[in-house]
Design a binder for this molecule. Structure first.
Ligand code: C2E
Ligand code: CA
Ligand code: CA
Ligand code: CA
Length: 279
């Protein structure tokens, strides 16, 4: 038994050491990665269900590392949220998003909006509204072209302070989306006090392997609640025609997911906009 224990412990130790080394390697290379242009903005189109029109996109970061290849956010975002680097990375993505919008406006495409992810650490920055206003102004864009996706869980600590900050951003004209809504943190009665324009449903409502009727009932209730509060509803994670039909039936306004398209480089989304222009 003793030998077994030692073996398990050694294996655990190795795993932990490997993980720490990986984290250290990420930390050692993040600044260079940013200045070398290794971080990429990918865009996933968002469609208005009623007429199947491409109306927006969500910006999602990718890290094209010279040795590790294309890395997905789950590999590095949690770490950057802990060490504070997320503020720099998000600022970079917001800048890219605005640069893209400006370029596409100049080329005469019908204007879309881009939804950017705003992490909890960004919201705690007392200068966040100046930073975001400065960003859109640099490109001559109206704030409403940027949608700010704030996850439901960002409101858990110091909700009053967060609500105040988000209210100010909304007054400035940014469109506020609550991301991952229904993932478990916000109470329904708090929803009332939240400065919000759009509810973005947690994927589990769309994909839910739960007994269909139960899931459908909850979905229906949330959408009705949103209606009453004059919020639009986005269904994300739509992968199949059946899921699209389900969210359409319940009255969701917008849909996003692999059924339509995966996140893609900006020039690929531009090709879709060109198609739309030709319609
Ligand atoms: P999120 O904001 O909830 O983004 C949705 C995630 O679902 C994305 O994963 C997207 O690629 C994925 N997705 C889209 N359609 C489907 C679908 O039909 N099925 C499934 N199964 N997944 C789908 P991704 O790009 O790996 O990003 C993961 C998370 O990392 C994001 O979750 C967000 O919380 C965070 N993140 C990504 N980019 C940024 C960023 O620039 N800044 C910050 N602060 N966070 C980011
Ligand atoms: Ca998001
Ligand atoms: Ca989400
Ligand atoms: Ca998420």
């Amino acid at each position: 038994i003793k030998g077994q224990y030692g073996k398990h412990f050694a294996a655990y130790d190795d795993k932990l050491r490997g993980e720490l080394l990986r984290q250290q390697a990420i930390i050692d290379s993040m600044e260079t990665a940013l200045s070398d242009g290794q971080f990429l903005i990918y865009l996933q189109p968002k469609y208005r269900i009623r007429d199947n029109k491409l109306v927006g996109a969500e910006a999602l970061v990718r890290w094209n590392h010279p040795e590790w290849g294309l890395q997905f956010p789950d590999e590095f975002i949690p770490l950057f949220e802990k060490n504070g680097f997320i503020a720099k990375l998000d600022q970079f993505i917001w800048d890219k998003a605005c640069a893209i919008l400006k370029e596409w406006d100049d080329r005469g495409y019908l204007p879309i909006s881009i939804s950017v992810n705003v992490s909890r650490a960004d919201i705690y920055n007392i200068n966040i509204s100046e930073i975001l206003m400065g960003t859109v102004r640099r490109y001559g864009l109206r704030p409403s072209r940027l949608h700010l996706e704030i996850t439901e869980s960002a409101y858990t600590e110091q909700p009053c302070q967060i609500i105040e900050t988000v209210r100010r951003l909304r007054e400035l004209g940014f469109v506020i989306e609550m991301d991952d809504f229904g993932s478990g943190y916000s109470s329904l009665n708090m929803l009332n006090q939240m400065p919000l324009d759009i509810l973005k449903l947690d994927m589990k409502f769309v994909q839910g392997e739960t007994g269909k009727s139960v899931g459908q009932g909850i979905l229906q209730t949330i959408v009705e609640l949103a209606r009453r509060m004059r919020l639009s509803v986005v269904a994300e994670g739509v992968e199949t025609k059946e899921q699209l039909d389900r969210v359409t039936e319940t009255g969701c306004d917008y849909a996003q997911g692999y059924y339509f398209a995966k996140p893609m480089p900006a020039q690929d989304l531009e090709a879709l906009l060109k198609d739309r222009k030709a319609e």
